[in-house]
Design a protein around this ligand. Structure first.
Ligand code: HGY
Ligand code: MN
Ligand code: MN
Length: 417
């Protein structure tokens, strides 16, 4: 099938989408946090594009947007594609958005080529893939997979003390969360296009990665309760300094990750808050986060257990109390051999080289995998950089990803897989 991918149109739409941002720096720097006015403006823009492509658009109770190209057999389980458009503070304009606007372009190219899907092809924009506002990532896809119900969302609170349910309802998403959980018969197949967010494809000089597995993320929130006091008057032996204790804990976290039996174990302390945060006051309360991942659940959890035990022994020795809450500890997922093969075939049809690879970043596909056979398509990003304003994939790289996605969707929406 001869496909014409209008890359200029996709790049224009990516650039327009990047303008919906709360970042003080101009695009390509982007900040777009879920349910903020920038997110709502982006959603309005995307809906207009989906409707202009003749797709049937709906959203669910948490704001996931579904844009369906109805097939000749509309009652068949659908073929899904899509990604997220929320963006962490001071990040880039390609993370997630390439999967949404690239998915739209794949559909438009198939329409222009006169292709007719048997199974409907449904494009998704997931609500809140990033953990920025509520601490937990992939809340939209977790709800779809039945992992989060109304009460679980009620326990997610932002820095203003507003619950997820209050914020979503204020944004106009006031449906029943239970109705957003999808039946396992909903999908026939799921394929997400995404930038690699790593250096492998660029180093290998390859245009396409086909994802075989997604690493398992765990997120922990650590609160260290010390005694505080006057920075001049309290002598060192009398101190129970929450920040000095946290500093030792953070070093211990890095030590356990480095000593892991698996090279794939990664650990990050990305947030740290100090109270009262005064130059002449001994820190009494510290909160920090731990992001811990590995493609092997056993390796990740072995390191997690060591970290949790060491936090407590450091706390005991320093006379501070340590609360370590696990916000999420998800299992890794393995892609479907059939879908990997369909994607490989699509690469061959497009005369594009590819490699099979693991995704070290998590994605909504981690939870769609609980609903459907899945794989992901990666395109290179410059120097492997992501979650930074200089994140970049070229029009050619985006065009190749869209073409392979289009061919994969065409196969999956007609094959008797
Ligand atoms: O953190 C991640 O892996 C994803 O980019 N949110
Ligand atoms: Mn991201
Ligand atoms: Mn992403």
């Amino acid at each position: 099938m001869n496909l014409n991918i209008n890359v200029d149109r996709v790049v224009d739409e990516l650039q327009r989408l990047a303008t919906f941002s709360a970042c003080p720096d101009p695009p390509p720097a982007v900040t777009r946090v879920v349910f903020t006015q920038e997110d709502m403006a982006a959603r309005k823009y995307l809906r207009s594009l989906f409707e202009s492509a003749g797709l049937v658009v709906r959203n669910d109770a948490v704001g996931n947007i579904f844009a369906r190209w109805v097939g000749s057999q509309p009652d068949q389980p659908v073929v899904g594609t899509g990604s997220h458009t929320d963006a962490i503070p001071f990040s880039g304009m390609y993370d997630g958005t390439v999967g949404v606007l690239g998915g739209l372009e794949a559909i438009r190219a198939l329409q222009d080529a006169g292709f007719k899907p048997m199974r409907s092809i449904e494009l998704l924009m997931f609500t809140s893939e990033e953990p920025t506002r509520f601490g937990m990532g992939c809340t939209g896809s977790r709800v779809m997979a039945g992992q989060l119900d109304h009460d679980a969302l009620e326990a997610l609170v932002d820095s203003d003390g507003d619950t997820y349910n209050l914020v979503r309802q204020r944004a106009g998403f006031d449906g029943d969360v239970a109705d957003a959980a999808l039946d396992r018969s909903y999908y026939h197949a799921w394929v997400e296009l995404h930038i690699e967010q790593g250096p492998e494809l660029e180093q290998a000089g390859l245009p396409i990665g086909i994802v075989t597995a997604i690493a398992a993320p765990a997120t922990m929130i650590v609160k260290v309760h010390g005694q505080g006091g006057h920075a001049g008057a309290v002598l060192m032996p009398k101190r129970h300094d929450a920040l000095a204790a946290s500093a030792e804990m953070i070093q211990a976290i890095e030590k356990h990750v480095l000593e892991s039996s698996s090279d794939d174990t990664v650990g990050t302390v990305g947030e740290l808050d100090v109270h009262p945060g005064a130059v002449n006051s001994i820190p009494s309360e510290v909160r920090f986060t731990i992001d811990l991942r590995d493609v092997s659940l056993a390796s990740r959890d072995e390191v997690k257990t060591k970290i949790e035990s060491d936090l407590q022994s450091i706390g005991q020795r320093r006379g501070v109390k340590v609360d370590c809450e696990t916000l999420n500890a998800d299992p890794p997922v393995t892609a479907s051999a059939d879908l990997i093969e369909a994607a490989e075939q699509a690469c061959q049809d497009s005369r594009l080289k590819y490699q099979r690879m693991v995704s070290r970043a998590y994605h909504d596909s981690l939870f769609l995998a609980q609903l459907s056979p899945f794989t992901m398509l990666f395109i290179p990003c410059r120097d492997g950089v992501s979650h930074r304003p200089d994140e970049y994939s070229s029009p050619d790289q985006i065009g190749s990803g869209v073409e392979v996605l289009a061919r994969t969707l065409a196969k999956l929406s007609t094959a008797a897989l």
